[in-house]
Write a protein that binds this ligand. Structure first.
Ligand code: C2E
Ligand code: MG
Ligand code: MG
Ligand code: MG
Length: 285
């Protein structure tokens, strides 16, 4: 009910905006206890080799099983965790959990080559002084080779990055950890700048894949992807595409020379054990 006090008029609040605001605040303050209570869990989405269709690994995607609101996606709480700094312990937990999981896959894997795990890093984790030592500790403790880990950093987090920001990533890359540039094509990075970054994988943003959903695909979209792939390969970067939802998209992306794909066409993010089935792992192990 609108009321007035002291000559100020109070408008009726938009109930939806109000609910969103309360939720945002409520979620933010609930985050630390949620981490303590183990309310976060990780789903894994397969990364598939476009050439032969084999599963090469998976991206770890964190979710929050909130006691009142059910499952909450990372787009809703990662920005809040980033804002309050909780992303540092949360991100460390995701890394530890994912590395342990990759070690389990490795132990049970009967196919060729190890299954790798991709873990997303927030900008605040990038600038945290313990990034390198924490990562080294976790890999050693769990006994996973650095080459089985890929850290995903968004293009926007590295825009205008100076050498201080790149140094930890460079050290990780020298150790054999792969660094992927996530959501590539959504920022405004100088393509020539790519050479300076210690990345070995470009993850082409879903918006490019979406442009290929319809047949025939927009020829300009195809040309752009073709150009990016050529540039990436000339710099020795592998190209992963996100958001592949149809076989038609997969065919086109393969023809355009993309290396790896991820998307609902292959599998939605799911529990870690499902990767065993998808990757033809030794289920008896
Ligand atoms: P991202 O790293 O670009 O992850 C890909 C997102 O695309 C995921 O959304 C995934 O579920 C979704 N996706 C995969 N295939 C398809 C498809 O075929 N179609 C469509 N429409 N979507 C698809 P999700 O899981 O909601 O994650 C959203 C973002 O949250 C991630 O984007 C990443 O930036 C962030 N995130 C997730 N987990 C973590 C984490 O542990 N740490 C940090 N810092 N960020 C995370
Ligand atoms: Mg990612
Ligand atoms: Mg991405
Ligand atoms: Mg994305």
């Amino acid at each position: 009910r609108a009321k007035s006090a002291g000559g100020n008029r109070y408008e009726l609040a938009d109930p939806e905006a109000d609910a969103r605001a309360i939720t945002r605040h409520g979620l933010t303050t609930a985050l630390p206890a949620a981490l303590e209570r183990g309310e976060f869990f990780i789903e894994y989405q397969p990364l598939v080799h476009l050439g032969d269709g084999s599963v090469r690994g998976a991206e770890a995607l964190v979710r929050w099983l909130h006691p009142q609101h059910g499952i909450i996606g990372p787009d809703r709480f990662i920005p809040l965790a980033e804002h309050t700094g909780l992303i540092v312990p949360l991100g460390r937990w995701v890394l530890e959990e994912s590395v342990r999981q990759a070690r389990t896959w490795e132990a049970r894997h009967s196919g060729a080559g190890p299954l790798r795990v991709n873990v997303n890093l927030s900008p605040m984790q990038l600038t945290h002084p313990n990034l390198v030592s924490d990562t080294v500790d976790i890999l050693e403790r769990e006994g996973l080779a650095p080459g089985a880990l890929c850290l995903e950093v968004t293009e926007s987090a590295l825009i205008g990055a100076d050498d201080d920001l790149l140094k930890p990533l460079r050290r990780l890359a020298e150790m054999g950890v792969d660094i992927a540039l996530d959501d590539f094509g959504t920022g405004y990075s100088n393509l020539a700048n790519l050479r300076r970054l210690p990345v070995s994988v470009l993850k082409l943003d879903r918006s490019f894949t979406q442009g290929m959903q319809h047949f025939p695909a927009d020829p300009v979209d195809l040309k752009i992807v073709e150009g990016i792939v050529a540039l990436a390969h000339s710099l020795d970067l592998a190209v992963t595409v996100e958001g592949v939802e149809t076989g038609h998209q997969a065919d086109q992306l393969r023809e355009l020379g993309c290396d790896t794909a991820q998307g609902w066409y292959y599998a939605r993010p799911g529990p870690p054990d499902r990767l065993h089935q998808l990757a033809l792992l030794d289920a008896t192990g």
